[in-house]
Design a protein around this ligand. Sequence first.
Ligand code: TXA
Ligand code: MG
Length: 320
Amino acid sequence: MTKTVIRSPEPDAIREAASILRRGGLVGMPTETVYGLAGDATNPRAVAGIFAAKERPAFNPLIIHVGSLAVARTIALFEADALRLAATFWPGPLTLVLNRLDQAPIADLAMAGLSSIAIRIPAHPVAQALLGAFGGPLAAPSANPSGRISATEASHVARGLTGKVDIILDAGPSALGLESTIIGFTGGPARLLRQGAIPEEAIQSVIGPLAPPEPGKTEAPGMLLRHYAPLRPLRLNARDVAPDEALLAFGPIPLSGPLSGAVQMLNLSARGDLSEAAANLFSFLHRLDQAPIRKIAVMPIPETGLGCAINDRLRRAAVG
Ligand code: TXA
Ligand code: MG
């Protein structure tokens, strides 16, 4: 067991986190999407520590976080459309899966045996400061036990990983609340490997239509698992609420009728705003998971823009 400390991200806490990373330790790192569990991507022991802390299956590769495009280009091969996306969305909630360069100094375990590598430049100032202070690439999956709800607050990281992470930098709630969008460029057309904080239409406006997932290889390996699972069963597209259910609402709720009178209700966005709903999604699921209720009824979310990624996460959360 490691002693876990939670610190506000002042310069001395960031320096301490960087020295923990240099020793092969793990840091709860705030990003604009969700909190990451960061370790030195070049250190096999640190990378193994990430898999162990999350109890993550070894076939599920990690995202490598870097501070600049120049560093990213020493790790992977960027074709023209990948460069266009990087220029448009980095730093930000975009992950590119690219062919890895042979000389890339990344621990093999991070790629889980694949010849491709997932890379992202996070926009969060604390993530950038930590990358700067550490001075190398950081492997960072979402900071939750494998298969559970992603962490959008330092307290979520602590709840799932206390004793397994050395320091958590508490920068408050993640602004976006949904993981990065993952686009694959590993030969053939660009593919959408995971819906996320950048809607598909925004990607298409830069590089044109995306190809459907490759048959058989469908998406990111991590997306094949039961995922984002709350402890309570979820019922999607609910148009009413039962006495033993909490309501995860979206949009205005009539004062009377089948959706009123829930024992507990959290509204992702009373004004029907999808960005607000995305930012609230995981934190509300964490809260409902601790409430004295048996089930969670979820109102329909429109399948447009960020709603696609929100519905993707809800569908996975409802499995199992
Ligand atoms: O927003 C995010 O992306 C957050 C923050 C912390 O940056 N990170 C994150 O990491 O969501 P994680 O490990 O929870 O999800 C990474 C996803 C997994 O589904 C994994 O299978 C996929 O990326 N992935 C990683 N390397 C890949 C590769 N070479 N090919 C295809 N998918 C890959
Ligand atoms: Mg994850």
